[in-house]
Ligand binder design. Structure first.
Ligand SMILES: [Zn+2]
Length: 306
């Protein structure tokens, strides 16, 4: 990691601007005020802010930070790039305290940056997952004010997470599933999985009815001690949950329901862009940059995954 963090864009502010501009504006600067691409000039001069452009269509100045997670932050861009690299590259996550110490920013700033980075990790790809898709749920943390359920009687005191993992693309999508809505799990599956897909779940009742809407639905009987029956298993998702739970337990002990979706975005992003899918640390950090703009960027592929 040390050698990769020695790249100029992690240390030099001009190089950081050039690096971000090349990814946010692959075809040249775009005015964030009016969307114009013509008659844009780079402002020069000693007293000029770094990376400042002027649009002569709307006559307004702008930088590449505008309209991104970097807007309204005083942290230098090269420090942001270091933070993104660290968060994207740490398998089980990295604490705000560790970021604060490594980057030399205050703890409060580190916490703020971390949440912004999670926002950039949030996938906006709402396409249906196809092929063979595993669905499962897990329980983490503790809901405030809810008494612990007796052993074997469920997890009403914990936060429920539902995840979908595609065996074909390796993509993971996780959801905060703690509303009182009766068909919440089924609705998540329905909204995210193609009807032509083959669904793999355990025997939980909430998959029974929705399962019939798919080309195939296979259930593995965990309660009967069965874990694999041919293609029927949820082992891929179990692997994802083991990374997720180790990270949540070890690094992010206190996660409120309010922020749960952000933590899920972080673990989903790293898993969906992992080494095993041909995505190295540099690819992952570069791909993360495509998520910084107010979610209007087209999805650019930098990894082997489709
Ligand atoms: Zn403009």
């Amino acid at each position: 990691m040390a050698s990769q963090l020695s790249a100029p864009h992690f240390h030099n502010e001009d190089a950081a601007f050039a690096y971000v501009e090349a990814r946010v504006w692959p075809e040249g600067p775009v005015c964030p005020h009016c969307g114009g691409v013509e008659r844009i000039s780079k402002m020069q001069g000693k007293s000029t802010r770094k990376g400042l452009y002027k649009c002569y269509q709307c006559r307004k100045p702008f930088t590449v930070r505008m309209g991104t997670i970097f807007e309204s932050s005083h942290v230098a861009l090269h420090i942001w790039l270091q933070a993104m690299y660290l968060v994207a590259g740490s398998k089980k996550g990295i604490s705000a305290n560790q970021l604060h110490r490594t980057l030399g920013v205050t703890l409060k700033t580190a916490w703020f940056m971390h949440h912004r980075i999670r926002e950039a990790m949030r996938s906006t790809d709402l396409g249906l997952m196809a092929g063979t898709v595993e669905a499962d749920e897990t329980y983490i943390g503790k809901k405030p004010g809810v008494e612990k359920a007796p052993k074997g009687v469920g997890f009403r005191h914990k936060l429920r997470v539902v995840s979908l993992v595609s065996r074909d693309t390796g993509e993971a999508r996780s959801f905060n599933a703690n509303s009182a809505e009766p068909d919440e799990v089924a609705n998540i599956v329905r909204a995210n999985v193609s009807r032509e897909a083959r669904l793999m779940t355990d025997e939980a009742r909430h998959y029974w009815a929705v399962g019939r809407e798919f080309a195939d639905h296979q259930r593995v009987l965990h309660s009967g001690g069965e874990y694999v029956r041919g293609e029927a298993h949820t082992n891929t998702i179990e692997g994802f949950y083991s990374i997720f739970k180790r990270g949540m337990r070890g690094i992010y002990q206190h996660c409120s329901e309010k922020h749960l979706h952000r933590y899920l975005a972080e673990f989903d992003f790293r898993y969906s862009n992992r080494m095993a899918l041909g995505c190295n640390d540099e690819d992952r950090a570069s791909r993360l940059l495509t998520g910084i703009v107010g979610k209007r960027l087209t999805y650019q592929t930098t990894c082997a995954r489709g």
